[in-house]
Design a protein around this ligand. Structure first.
Ligand SMILES: C[S@@+](CC[C@H](N)C(=O)[O-])C[C@H]1O[C@@H](n2cnc3c(N)ncnc32)[C@H](O)[C@@H]1O
Length: 241
């Protein structure tokens, strides 16, 4: 199944995703607490941030909440419907329409960024595209800047598809907001090594569990007992491979 709409959502799909994203169980009780914990120590009022695959702006909102000025936030995405929502919600931010597979990303100057976030978007990239994207991120980050990555956990993708963990092919899975979504079946080691190869240092990895206040929620059983997300905090070390 290689339908173009799976990676490039129609306006209706984009709206459905956005409505789902704001109140999804995994966002509220798994992803958001982990992301906040990783991002908060990396930011201050001077931080310049870039959110890759910004969608309707869920991560931009989080960046604002932890203290990043809206005027210092760039958001990049390929979906025009979601970008319009982000522009409307965050008029002070710089919103760029672009493809992660086609660097350079807008006209952002080299080493102008302190923090890049890429939440639930790098899974759409194959190995070569991922490396090109990480190289571009490394180029945009100042030395000592951070990249925060959130991924569907490769073990969860594997169990959803029942494919060989080492197949490294693009899987199409049911999206919780309806319809289908894609995930490239890279392994945990593939993701880790791709970041190391372009010059990142791994500062922290997390496989976040359900937060205390989500344990009694009716959706909790869909997100346990295995790992559902893989989160990484990576530091750009100034060396470009
Ligand atoms: C699952 S959503 C995540 C959105 C946002 N990061 C969040 O957490 O709400 C994936 C987003 O990545 C965008 N996207 C997918 N492939 C892309 C690509 N090659 N270049 C730019 N954006 C892409 C989609 O349009 C969508 O907004």
């Amino acid at each position: 199944m290689d339908e173009p709409h799976i990676d490039h959502w129609s306006p209706e799909e984009a709206v459905r995703y956005d409505e789902f994203a704001a109140q999804s169980f995994s966002w509220l009780y798994i992803e958001r607490p982990s992301l906040q914990g990783l991002i908060e120590p990396c930011v201050n009022q001077q931080t310049v941030a870039l959110d890759l695959g910004c969608g309707g702006g869920r991560i931009i909102e989080l960046l604002r909440q932890v203290g990043v000025a809206e005027a210092s936030i760039y958001g990049l995405d390929s979906n025009p419907t979601l970008l319009d929502m982000t522009r409307e919600r965050f008029p002070g931010a710089t919103v760029i329409r672009g493809e992660l597979t086609e660097p350079p990303y807008g006209a952002i100057p080299e080493q102008a960024i302190d923090l890049v976030t890429a939440h639930l978007v790098l899974q759409y990239l194959g190995a070569a595209e991922l490396s090109a994207c990480l190289r571009e991120v490394h180029r945009l980050l100042r030395s000592g800047g951070y990249l925060v990555v959130g991924l569907p956990h490769p073990m969860r993708v594997n169990s959803q598809t029942e494919a060989d963990y080492f197949a490294r092919r693009r899987h199409v899975v049911c999206a919780p907001w309806g319809g289908m979504t894609a995930s490239f079946g890279l392994t945990i080691a593939d993701y880790v090594n791709a970041t190391i190869d372009v010059g990142f240092r791994i500062a922290r990895m997390e496989e976040p569990e359900i937060a205390e206040d989500g344990l009694q929620h009716e959706d909790a059983e869909n997100y346990s007992p295995g790992p559902t997300r893989l989160m990484m905090l990576l530091e750009a070390n100034g060396y470009s491979a």
